[in-house]
Write a protein that binds this ligand. Structure first.
Ligand SMILES: [Zn+2]
Length: 373
């Protein structure tokens, strides 16, 4: 069979890191890159949602996927892969119909009870595929609202962060393995988005004094993912027009996304949601061998710094912090465990360098004044 090749991008489904690869299509699909080699059966390939001309192909088992834009390659793939358009789950169509009905009903519920109450009912019903698509759109939107901060992906640091995320997720109730990305930004913030996406802004890593504090922040966001709080807040922010666009399946072109992106940055979760995310974080950090109380320490420090920088899009605005929360975190955490913490000294040093040194002199000026604490 004639081999066709094209350039593409590989995603491992765990980190957000895009890896350039060559795609080679014969009777199998080979994915060849610097640190990735895959040989997928054509029966296992599934086309997933992507904005044209990008075609996104996922493996039926696992979270790995590739993207490319070559139209001729796409045609050849469609001709050779019988199950390319198959729904992942049995009864996919039934689910979709039920979802459409649920979404229609939810528009009514929203009209009757108001948006926040309805979003609690609706969030758990949103199919994962739709939530994942939404997460990608909101991610793009937020990155653009933040002024396109560069992705920080220094290799060794990225590996430490991935291992830390995996340890914090292990054994915890999560709807999916969170995908953590880091962006260079001078505001200390962390955001959980629909579809299990978590964005860390680099200043929050700069503000952390040790691995346990960083783990606490990360696990707190995982707590929001576990409770599907981002989906809830997106529904609340988008309101009925957003629900209608969900029903109609038009998400990427929706102007509602701008509102949602802004809300994801600035709107706060409820006090109950914050308490639950804290409790989740303490449990996850303790389970991984760290000090659960470190979360309280870093949040207190950011609260102080935030007072001096009132214009910042602060972590505190999206996760309102109080003395009562700090006390509760410390009481849940109990005694500080023996040992040096969740990361070794070498791992901690490494992860702090996740944002490579800026190349433009401008960036350097912006990055330099972050206060040393
Ligand atoms: Zn929070």
């Amino acid at each position: 069979m004639e081999a066709i090749t094209t350039a593409g991008t590989f995603f491992d489904g765990i980190s957000a890191r895009p890896r350039p690869v060559t795609l080679r299509l014969t009777f199998r699909l080979q994915i060849l890159g610097e640190d990735v080699t895959r040989d997928w059966s054509l029966l296992d390939l599934r086309a997933t949602d992507a904005a044209s001309p990008v075609m996104r192909i996922s493996h039926a088992q696992g979270a790995e996927s590739v993207e490319f834009t070559d139209a001729a390659f796409a045609e050849a793939l469609k001709a050779r892969c019988p199950d390319l358009g198959r729904a992942e789950r049995e009864g996919g169509l039934t689910r979709l119909v039920l979802w459409s009905i649920a979404a229609g009903v939810s528009v009514l519920l929203t009209a009757i009870y108001g948006v926040p109450a309805a979003s609690n009912l609706i969030a758990p019903l949103v199919p994962r595929a739709i939530e994942a698509q939404l997460g990608r759109s909101v991610d793009t939107q937020i990155v653009s609202l933040l002024g396109d901060p560069p992705l920080c992906d220094e290799g060794a640091a990225r590996a430490v962060l991935d291992r830390l995320a995996a340890r914090l997720a292990e054994g915890m109730a999560l709807p999916e393995r969170p995908q953590v990305s880091v962006r260079r930004h001078t505001v200390a913030n962390a955001l959980a988005l629909p579809g299990g996406r978590v964005i860390l802004l680099s200043d929050i890593i700069a503000k952390a004094r040790n691995g346990d504090e960083l783990a606490g922040i990360l696990a707190h966001e995982f707590g929001h993912v576990a409770a599907r709080d981002p989906m809830r807040s997106v529904i609340t922010a988008g309101g009925t027009s957003f629900l209608l666009s969900l029903v109609l399946g038009d998400l990427t072109g929706s102007t509602v996304l701008v509102t949602i992106g802004q809300a994801a940055i600035s709107a706060g979760y409820s006090r109950d949601a914050e308490r639950a995310a804290d409790a989740y974080a303490v449990a996850a950090v303790k389970r991984a061998g760290g000090d659960g109380a470190a979360l309280a320490a870093i949040l207190e420090r950011i609260t102080k710094a935030d007072d001096e920088k009132p214009d910042a899009i602060a972590f505190l605005r999206s996760h309102p912090f109080t003395a009562e929360r700090a006390a509760r975190i410390r009481s849940l955490a109990g005694e500080k465990p023996a040992g040096s913490g969740i990361l070794s000294e070498a791992e901690w040093q490494s992860v702090q360098g996740i944002c490579p040194k800026p190349t433009k002199p401008d960036d350097g000026k912006k990055a330099a004044p972050t206060e040393k604490l």
